[in-house]
Design a protein around this ligand. Sequence first.
Ligand SMILES: O=P(O)(O)O[C@H]1O[C@H](CO)[C@@H](O)[C@H]1O
Ligand SMILES: [Mn+2]
Ligand SMILES: [Mn+2]
Length: 392
Amino acid sequence: MSRAFLIVMDGVGIGGAPDAAQFFNDRLPDTGANTLAHVARGRPLHLPVLDGLGLGAALHLASGADAPGLGALPQGLWGAATEISPGKDTPSGHWEMAGVPVPWDWTCFPDTHPCLPPAVTARIRELAGTAGILGDCHASGTQIIADLGADHLRTGWPICYSSADSVVQIAAHEGAFGLDRLIDLCRDLAPMLHAMRVGRVIARPFIGEAGGFRRTANRRDFAIAPPGRTLLDIAHQAGRVTHAIGKIGDIFSHRGITHLHKGEGDAALADHLIRLGAQAEPGSLTFANFVEFDAVYGHRRDIPGFAAHLEWFDAVAGRFLATLSPGDLAIFTADHGNDPGWPGTDHTRERVPVLGHGLGARAVGQVGFSDIGASILDHLGLPAPDHGASFL
Ligand SMILES: O=P(O)(O)O[C@H]1O[C@H](CO)[C@@H](O)[C@H]1O
Ligand SMILES: [Mn+2]
Ligand SMILES: [Mn+2]
């Protein structure tokens, strides 16, 4: 029985979103944002596996852009996907590709100081047992711990911040504040925020001392549950084994997942993917998220780092594809853009690549995010989702 692998390169957009003008970074519209094209502007990219499937062709299709080093004749299934959900964040992108476009407008917080409603700050103070909170603004997570980490150690107050996404993030020192206490705080705060249609409460633990604070891998996301049947739900309910690699579990509120495979960083996740390429059960679905493009390079606006990570991932993709059997389908895609050449530190509204291995050379053109999940289910011989149409 054939297997399917859906692999998300988090934040690897290819420009061209028709509604980019409605999304913002530093109050500037995302019109013209193009993660892949702007990463390639730094230096030519060497991505023989992904470009061999059709990455350069997908970039051109999505946005009309060409990138130095890319543009081989596609040997795989290739196209570009456009999102309709009214959010450029991780849950919106993943849910929609899994067959559940977001049916509501997310609640986001204004880029003001304070940015959180008084009822939310009161609840955080109550749960944390502190007289106040720090931050209460939009921020980059690494910058705000550098700015407020020493105040946090002095006062014991949690550092609370948001972004252009529908998130409340709470940073606290693992030792001084306590990791379990931070995670309990975020878990207990989440129901109030979910009721307000805020997508996630994220615990952002850090360690170290003033001048050298560092975030750890103990981040935890408490996300609102997807409002419909996802690809994972459908496969799981049909009795198929589903493997979730990386933060897929958190993104889908741990629904429809047989086995969760986590690790510290993309290298550990790559080991899981390559092992599952060889070992995943007949008829199974493996859904993976590689977060470092986004968290380590995109949000930090690190173009050389992003380029190097793409090249590292391309080699991983080659090793992974070599483990697959005839009849397997692997699709590489992304959930949104995160253009490191763009102002601000937030995600960018972009189209994403759709690159498939296992069905030969095939142009699928412009598709919707939901068509990705519909195609995976079609390949697995499972019922169609409520949204999307198979492009197979
Ligand atoms: O700057 P850091 O803390 O990495 O936060 C980023 O990560 C959040 C969740 O992916 C985004 O909303 C953005 O704010
Ligand atoms: Mn993401
Ligand atoms: Mn992100």
